[in-house]
Design a protein around this ligand. Structure first.
Ligand code: ATP
Ligand code: MG
Ligand code: MG
Length: 380
């Protein structure tokens, strides 16, 4: 069977490996972490950095094509591999999603809706930013995720302080929008430019981290459709091949693109249990030049993230370590538990998730929230 390459060994890569195996492929994973969740189930785990050219050569020799699950793989790594084998998505599309300045400029240049922002390279840029941006949120341009590298600021003095805390790294300063709610669209685009979207998902965050995803979103059909149209336009303009996720804010009834992820997304985990083809199967299909699968969602679903604090007594940072009691979840009809085999629990670390599926959306949501409360997840 053909062998596929995966850059990054997190849970998104792990689900890709599982999908590829079911479709008859082997997968080699490159990730420096010896305990990476995807590396543990891969046919081979190359334990090396993304700039280790000997390891990249080995990967290129063994694999028919390569993809990524980690958006911060250096664009140079993707460019280097692309000399030997197909790399999907390509370096230029990934580069836009890796840098909030490039991402915001891309949105602006392509007429896609986004909130007011300023690019911050220096103290002078903060001084020049309009007062109307505040209250605002300063975000480092690179390497932020799960709300890391972000500070909420109410005036220029606070923005300056936060900029110094981020070691004067390039940032964007975004106006804090009043959120009605948040949605995302996961889609796949193949090498011929054909696109298939999964139904628009509604996302609830707690402390900057995705907590609960409700699919389909409880928004109007019109709003769900326009989110899909914007996401399709983004995929086309990026020349994207693979699985792409677009996060949106809904503010005063209007859609604003928040950010893109050039890979499967946490808010698409439910596609494993609630759709005919999952977002990971789509990633395999797009990578291998196969026709895209059926994105029909056959069940209403709610996904709940299981974060590291669950592993501590009372959820306290210095609480006693304990394994959560999964039997509570196993007893819920329609609930599917997915654990990522991570060895160390940390606060805010994504350790697993569960999805509840069923025919009645309100019933599924009630069940998922009851299960979430029963295992002691805090909702603040
Ligand atoms: P991830 O990549 O894990 O989604 P991230 O670190 O890239 O997270 P963002 O998506 O930028 O973070 O922000 C995380 C959350 O913080 C958003 O989903 C939203 O709830 C809130 N947030 C971020 N920016 C704004 C904003 N400009 N206005 C209002 N809320 C915001
Ligand atoms: Mg992000
Ligand atoms: Mg985000």
């Amino acid at each position: 069977p053909a062998t596929l390459g995966m850059l990054g060994g997190g849970q998104l890569g792990r689900f890709f490996v599982a999908a590829a195996h079911e479709m008859g492929y082997k997968v080699w994973v490159l990730d420096p972490d010896p305990h990476s969740p995807a590396g543990l189930i891969a046919d081979r785990h190359l334990q090396a950095g993304y700039d280790d050219f000997a390891a990249l050569d080995t990967l290129a020799d063994a694999c028919a094509a390569v993809t990524t699950e980690f958006e911060n793989v250096p664009a140079e790594t993707l460019d280097y591999l692309a000399k030997f084998i197909p790399v999907r998505p390509g370096a230029s599309a990934v580069a836009v999603c890796q840098n909030r300045i490039a991402e915001k400029s891309f949105l602006r240049d392509n007429g896609l809706p986004h909130g007011p922002f300023a690019v911050i390279h220096s103290e002078a840029d903060i001084a020049a930013a309009p007062a109307s941006l505040y209250p605002a949120i300063l975000k480092v341009a690179r390497f932020g995720y799960d709300g890391k590298g972000q500070a909420r600021v109410t005036n220029a003095a606070e923005a300056l302080h936060a900029f110094h805390q981020f070691k004067n790294e390039a940032c964007v300063l975004e106006q804090m929008l009043t959120l009605d709610y948040e949605v995302s669209v996961v889609l796949a685009r193949d090498e011929n430019g054909k696109v298939k979207c999964f139904p628009t998902v509604e996302n609830q965050h707690t402390r900057g981290i995705l907590d609960v995803s409700i699919a389909p979103a409880r928004a109007s059909g019109c709003l769900r459709d326009s989110a899909q149209e914007y996401a399709e336009r983004i995929a086309e303009r990026l020349g994207f091949i693979g699985t792409l996720a677009v996060e949106f804010f809904v503010s005063r009834g209007e859609l604003f693109v928040n950010e893109m992820a050039p890979r499967p997304h946490n808010s698409g985990h439910h596609t494993i249990d609630a759709c005919v083809s999952s977002q990971y199967e789509q990633q395999v299909r797009a990578l291998c030049g196969l026709p895209l699968g059926d994105t029909t969602q056959h069940s209403a679903s709610v996904m709940v993230n299981l974060l590291g604090e669950l592993w501590y007594e009372g959820g306290e940072p210095h609480g006693r370590y304990r394994e959560p009691d999964w039997s509570i979840l196993h007893a819920v009809p329609g609930l599917k538990l997915h654990l990522y085999a991570k060895h160390h629990a940390r606060h805010g670390r994504k350790m697993g998730h569960f999805t509840v599926v069923g025919s009645d959306a309100a019933d599924v949501l009630a069940k998922a929230l009851a299960a979430r409360a029963a295992i002691g997840v805090r909702g603040d």
